[in-house]
Design a protein around this ligand. Structure first.
Ligand code: NAP
Length: 390
């Protein structure tokens, strides 16, 4: 289906999950920043709460009802939108039917997943159909993984072309999480086996890269003098997204290697952090412990505006290749919610408003809209800078 045909649809953007924690922040961001000519709608399963939200936003947006247990309602969302942006997670539990509807109807799809299993599963099942219809399936459009994907892209572009490149990313943050994020994290920790199976299945479907190499490896824990912190390997979805961008874009060179770390200044904090994550992963294997943990923070709950105002993130990158070395940084405010809502809304606006390279199927933010989204985020206050080069 041509992009022109999709412009006949009643809405440019439909935000599904608008009454959830990050959904509401995204709706507020769009209400404040979407150009007047962008036609958008909020969607969810509770019409009364959606209308209350619209009243509170004070903008004339559409309201659409849809429930993940009703595939016809998801199909209707996809048919009404050029872009569907969904915050309805955990995505492994709730997400696939909407991806299928978007791939089938040619709507672009954006989400906030940090679940590698989901990304691999949708690639295997829906990438081919999305390429046929011209639908762009773009996962991980929040803190997972926009600063990492666009930061690596920004770093690569500071280095020479056509040579092997290595990039290390070091993430630090001070922030709290929402009930939705906790539920997704616990669900993911409990599905290690399924995650590996989905990755293997993807490997069987994904074409090899002729004449080029791109790998994301887990580095060993170490003190990293280049960032003055302890570096702990971080096996999140971020390095997989960076890897997908490197596979798709020749600018990453003939042989690209990425390593992703958490950066922690003090050794006791690093040791404590590893122990805490280990305990969480272990607890997630036991249903009663998982339920107990989920009850601490319910879906819909999240950090207050005051807590978010004190929160921050920084991702530093060290890139090397062709005899050059560059240190860059992407940084901003509250990563999980305020900045995630900004990244998510700006990604949706970029798809609707900006001149982008022609892409279709499962693509990353760097591939679908690297330059446009970076420029948008800089205008919106996310910092991208070159800290040092030689
Ligand atoms: N990548 C990142 O950096 C990042 C950052 C933040 C969040 N996230 C992810 O984003 C997702 C949402 O997080 P959150 O904190 O906003 O969670 P939340 O507050 O629990 O919101 C979940 C949303 O899903 C909706 N929902 C649940 N079941 C549904 C159904 N059957 N049909 C239709 N809608 C349904 C909820 O609707 P109701 O409002 O009607 O309950 C709500 O709008 C999570 O998966 C989280 O991990 C990712």
């Amino acid at each position: 289906m041509s992009r022109l045909k999709r412009s006949d649809r009643p809405y440019d953007i439909v935000l599904f999950g608008a009454t959830g924690f990050v959904g509401t922040l995204t709706a507020e961001y769009l209400a404040a920043h979407a150009p007047a000519e962008v036609r958008w709608a909020i969607a969810g399963r509770d019409g009364t709460r959606l209308r209350q939200l619209r009243e509170r936003l004070g903008v004339d947006v559409g309201v659409l009802r849809a429930d993940v247990s009703d595939p016809a309602s998801l199909r209707a969302l996809a048919e009404h939108a050029r872009v569907v942006a969904t915050t309805v997670g955990p995505y492994v539990r709730y997400g696939e039917e909407l991806v299928a509807a978007c791939a089938d109807t040619g709507a672009d799809y954006l989400d906030l997943t940090g679940e590698p299993e989901f990304v691999d599963l949708t690639y295997v099942r829906h990438d081919v159909r999305a390429r046929e219809t011209g639908s762009r399936l773009i996962h991980a459009c929040g803190f997972d993984s926009v600063p990492h994907d666009l930061g690596a892209y920004f770093t690569v572009r500071q280095l020479p072309e056509g040579v092997p490149l290595t990039v290390d990313g070091f993430v630090s943050a001070d922030a709290s999480m929402s009930g939705g994020t906790l539920a997704s994290a616990l669900g993911q920790f409990a599905r290690g086996r399924q995650m590996l199976a989905a990755a293997r299945e993807r490997g069987r479907h994904e074409p090899r890269l002729p004449g080029r190499r791109a790998v994301a490896t887990l580095g060993a824990p170490r003190f990293a003098p280049e960032v003055g912190a302890w570096a702990l390997p971080l096996p999140t979805v971020d390095s997989l997204i960076v890897l997908r961008s490197a596979r798709a874009l020749r600018r990453y060179g003939p042989d690209f290697r990425y390593r992703h770390y958490a950066a922690v200044r003090r050794l006791p904090v690093a040791v404590g952090g590893v122990a805490a994550v280990g305990a969480l992963v272990a607890a997630a294997q036991l249903p009663p412990a998982r339920r107990w943990l989920s009850d601490r923070l319910k879906p819909g709950e999240g950090p207050s505006a005051q807590t978010r105002a004190r929160s921050w993130f920084s991702v530093r990158f060290v890139g090397e290749g062709g005899g050059r070395r560059v240190c860059t940084e992407v940084s901003g405010g509250d990563p999980g919610y305020d900045e995630t809502a900004k990244m998510f809304a700006e990604a949706a606006l970029a798809l609707v408003c900006d001149a982008l390279p022609p892409t279709a199927g499962q693509v990353t933010t760097a591939v679908a809209m690297g330059d446009a989204l970076t420029a948008r985020l800089i205008r919106a206050g996310v910092r991208f800078r070159v800290a040092a080069r030689r």
